[in-house]
Design a protein around this ligand. Structure first.
Ligand code: GLU
Length: 505
């Protein structure tokens, strides 16, 4: 067999927003393609017009654009194997359906839904297969003339794959190893429906993987049951030499660990299961997205990469480039991966720390401005530098940092009770005098002078600093006191002290 260029694909059906599990599937395909210098194809599997949802295709493309996962060819990206939207490949599929019919590897069936239902209700565990096809209405039981006449009359029919019983079907899976099943358990799946002239998922998927020269099919575990039929189809067409290698990824499980992750888990526990916010065009329902919830795309990618794969080391933080280097599909686990959304939040925190203060300040500045504060960027950068290690999301900064920009109007009652002592007003007045006398208002100098003064007076630093903090911040929280005063400057520090003395007495 000649060396083939590695080509993988992500092939969603546009039936709604892209689930986070689908994002992980695409990511693994992307990493695999990149690390092998291969191609990554984006195909839209829209042969089921019943389930088509307007806007879903655009949503999926936009999601990957946000995440930084790039395709080499496909819908909206161009390429030489198009069209990449299955609804535009009708004629191609019909040609391949005819090939199977001519070779006797598929047959035409006329059974109506009612007839099928009747069989299901009279025959236990009814399945359309080698045992039952002989009692059904199809081109195997009818004469050629009858069959041709029915088709000519416009009778609706389907084309079914003729599964040969007694065979072993081998699926070579990069994660699960060799999976073997008996062909007897398979039914004669519908490959094509005359009603809409469209193939079913199975036929379109195989024909396209072949024509698009796909070498590796990396997809969710939910498609494993389809794999035996896909292997048989490859053989039926005589394409076994270029049959792709499979990799069926483990399921994403509920945070508690049992059962498949669903949108309801996200609603229940308060985390998104979609990359972007989704507005359902039918119901108007809005579902939250990672982007709008304030996650960095790098954090989402990093988080997802480690759900079902591990590098075999302690390393957790990976850039996309590092993931391309380190990813190894054979190290994916067979068992499901618990969707630990708290870990996703942790990743976002780590990316806040990793990013420069300037970058975070750029993201925070609009909130500052929206609150009516006019501060130069360098001041916002200073605040970010003091506070970013305390938040998981940029949107959490304002509540923690507003006191830098706005003097407290009220003082937290509990803190006042605990921290504002009998003599606090007096001590703060003295402290104000000490600070007023300073020409050098640097952190170091303030610290030096204030601590010397407290010692000379015999004041307990804890008591002084607690009251001082309350006066400047309004609550008992915040970074180092002299970091705050150095930022506020002498004038503002004194103003806040004096007001607190006046209000709290
Ligand atoms: N259209 C299928 C989906 O929606 C593709 C499955 C596959 O990758 O073969 O996921």
């Amino acid at each position: 067999m000649t060396e083939r260029k590695i080509r993988v694909r992500f092939a969603p059906s546009p039936t709604g927003p892209l689930h986070i599990g689908g994002v992980r599937t695409a990511l693994y395909n992307y990493l695999f393609a990149r690390q092998h210098g291969g191609d990554f194809v984006f195909r839209i599997e829209d042969t089921d017009s019943q389930r088509f949802v307007p806007g879903a295709e655009e949503y999926i493309i936009e999601s990957f654009r946000w995440l930084g996962i790039k395709f080499d060819e496909g819908v909206s990206f161009g390429g030489s194997h198009g069209p990449y939207r299955q609804s535009e490949r009708k004629e191609i599929y019909r040609e391949y359906v005819d090939k199977l019919l001519e070779a006797g590897k598929a047959y035409v069936a006329f059974d109506t839904p009612d007839e099928l239902e009747a069989k299901r209700s009279t025959i236990e565990n009814f399945q359309y297969d080698a045992h039952t096809r002989g009692i059904m209405r199809n081109s195997l039981t009818l004469s050629k003339e009858e069959t041709d006449q029915l088709i000519k009359d416009g009778t609706q029919y389907v084309v079914r794959f003729k599964v040969i019983p007694g065979e072993e079907v081998h699926i070579n899976d990069m994660i699960r190893g060799e999976v073997v099943i008996k062909s007897d358990i398979l039914d004669d799946k519908v490959l094509y429906k005359s009603a809409d002239g469209l193939p079913t998922y199975h036929l379109a998927n195989i024909v396209d993987d072949h024509l698009m020269e796909i070498t590796h099919v990396i997809r969710g575990e939910e498609w494993l049951p389809s794999a035996p039929l896909h292997v048989l189809l490859y053989k039926a067409f005589g394409w076994q030499d270029t049959m792709p290698q499979f990799a069926h990824l483990p399921l994403l499980l509920k945070p508690e660990g049992k059962g498949k992750l669903s949108k309801r888990d996200g609603d229940r526990l308060g985390f998104p299961v979609f990359p972007l916010e989704w507005h359902d065009p039918k119901t108007g329902e809005v579902s939250s997205g990672y982007k709008e919830s304030g996650y960095f795309p790098e954090a989402v990618v990093n988080f997802l990469a480690l759900l079902g794969w591990n590098p075999g080391t302690e390393q957790e933080l990976f850039s996309l480039e590092q993931l391309v280097e380190a990813f190894d599909i054979s190290r994916c686990s067979k068992s499901g991966a618990k969707f630990d959304y708290q870990k996703g939040i942790w990743f976002n925190h780590e990316y806040i720390l990793q990013k420069s203060n300037e970058e975070i300040a750029e993201l925070f500045a609009p909130t500052v401005a929206n609150n009516g504060i006019d501060e130069p960027m360098e001041r916002i950068v200073q605040v970010v530098a003091m506070m970013k290690d305390r938040v998981n999301f940029v949107k959490e900064l304002w509540d923690l940092c507003s006191f830098f920009f706005i003097a407290p109007l009220e003082y937290d009652e509990k803190t006042v009770k605990k921290r504002w002592k009998e003599n606090s007003a007096e001590v703060m007045a003295q402290l104000a005098e000490v600070l007023r006398g300073l020409d050098d208002f640097s952190i170091e100098n303030q610290e030096h002078v204030v601590f010397a003064w407290m010692e000379a007076k015999g004041y307990k630093p804890g008591d002084v600093m607690n009251a001082f903090r309350l006066a400047l911040v309004g609550i008992g929280k915040g970074p180092g006191m002299f970091d705050i005063t150095a930022f506020l400057g002498k004038e503002e520090t004194l103003r806040r002290l004096e007001r607190a003395i006046e209000v709290l007495k």
